[in-house]
Ligand binder design. Structure first.
Ligand code: ATP
Ligand code: MG
Ligand code: FE
Length: 351
């Protein structure tokens, strides 16, 4: 089926078009720069930016795909989780499109959409099924979640998630401590390349035996962020120069070590020899490097979609919508609303 997907859960306005698992268009407008002076995504600013960007993004996607809007078989939209005002813009637009075109609408889960990204080939090739079961590690500015996916359209289990800051958020906050601009992830990555990851032993959240009993697959990054801030402050108070590259490298190592260790523990514990990565933090050079190295050591097959499909986008939402259709799911009734805390087990919101 030819499906148009709309994504507005955070600061990316995404419209994607797929035919089954073949990517036809993946157009994204980001309001990231507007959030830079606040050091993080401001919900109201994001919602207004979606309102402005949605129509041009839609037009560009249709032109890129070389289709007519009337050709689409269905519309898919992210209905949660995410920022509620931002989600409402996409949901409203998707409903309006579905009604005016007389096409079925599928309201889907953003996090499962990230898993669906693996269906697509970013260069527009035919795509392929997601190999299942798989563990999925989703890391971005808004989420840090570990999933067990047995079936993309019917069986997704949340194994763990962050109990405080998301991993990307931690990168952004620590960058601020180090005087680096927003978004902090790419900045820390760049600076860390010249640093020693073993220079400072920063804490690994929720990895002590006692914590692992209740939080085996959960993450915590706020203690780490505080530890970095305190370490930097002490240096400054003592009038010493802050070794920015070493701090960045040591911080990055602490985050990445925990992410990969817990993801591979989930693979081992559940007897699942596959790991899929998703989310904007996958851009991190060390995440990719350590994932490749440790997955190989553990005999785990690693999937990392192209970065354009890892960050928030409409194509992954369209791809998940197409799978729901192929599996024979009925469209969502138009009574549904955006749900900022939609649980990952709810792959499609039916009404
Ligand atoms: P959502 O949480 O809904 O997916 P988001 O907009 O927060 O939305 P993305 O756009 O996927 O998420 O990712 C942005 C986040 O990824 C930011 O926090 C940014 O700092 C982080 N990030 C980007 N590049 C890197 C990198 N090289 N290393 C670490 N973090 C990075
Ligand atoms: Mg973003
Ligand atoms: Fe996301």
């Amino acid at each position: 089926p030819l499906v148009l997907g709309i994504e507005t859960s955070c600061d990316e306005t995404g419209v994607g078009i797929v035919r089954g698992t073949t990517l036809l268009a993946n157009t994204i407008a980001s309001s990231m720069e507007e959030h830079a002076r606040y050091g993080g995504v401001v919900p109201e600013v994001a919602a207004r930016a979606h309102l402005e960007a949605l129509e041009p993004t839609l037009r560009t996607a249709i032109a890129d795909a070389g289709i007519e809007l009337a050709d689409v078989d269905a519309i898919a939209v992210t209905s949660g989780p995410g920022l509620s005002g931002a989600l409402m813009v996409g949901v409203g637009a998707a409903k309006a499109l579905a009604v005016s075109l007389g096409k079925p609408l599928y309201a889907v889960n953003h996090l499962v959409g990230h898993v669906g990204a693996d269906l697509l080939d970013a260069s527009g090739g035919p795509g392929h099924p997601v190999e299942l079961p798989t563990i999925a590690l989703l890391v971005s500015g808004g989420h840090t979640s570990l999933l067990l996916v047995r079936d993309l359209v019917s069986d997704v289990e949340l194994l763990g998630e962050t109990i405080d800051d998301a991993a990307g958020e931690a990168f952004d906050k620590v960058a601020r401590v180090l005087g680096l601009p927003y978004p902090g992830g790419p900045q820390i990555d760049r600076v860390a390349a010249d640093g020693d990851p073993a220079a400072i032993r920063f804490p690994r959240g929720l990895t002590r035996p006692k914590d692992l009993e209740n939080h085996r697959y959960d993450f915590s990054f706020s203690g780490l962020k505080t530890a970095v801030a305190r370490w930097v402050e002490q240096r400054q108070d003592a009038g010493e120069e802050v070794p920015v590259a070493d701090v960045a490298a040591s911080f990055r190592e602490a985050v990445v070590d925990v992410l990969i260790t817990k993801a591979l523990a989930a693979c081992r514990d559940h007897g699942v020899p596959r790991l899929l990565l998703g989310g904007g933090v996958v851009a991190n050079a060390r995440v990719r490097q350590l994932a490749v190295q440790r997955a190989a050591e553990a005999g785990v097959a690693l999937r990392i979609p192209a970065l354009s499909l890892c960050t928030d986008n409409g194509a992954m939402i369209a791809a998940l919508g197409a799978q729901l259709i192929l599996a024979g799911h009925a469209p969502s009734e138009l009574t549904f609303s955006a749900d900022s805390t939609l649980p990952v087990t709810e792959i499609q919101v039916t009404r």
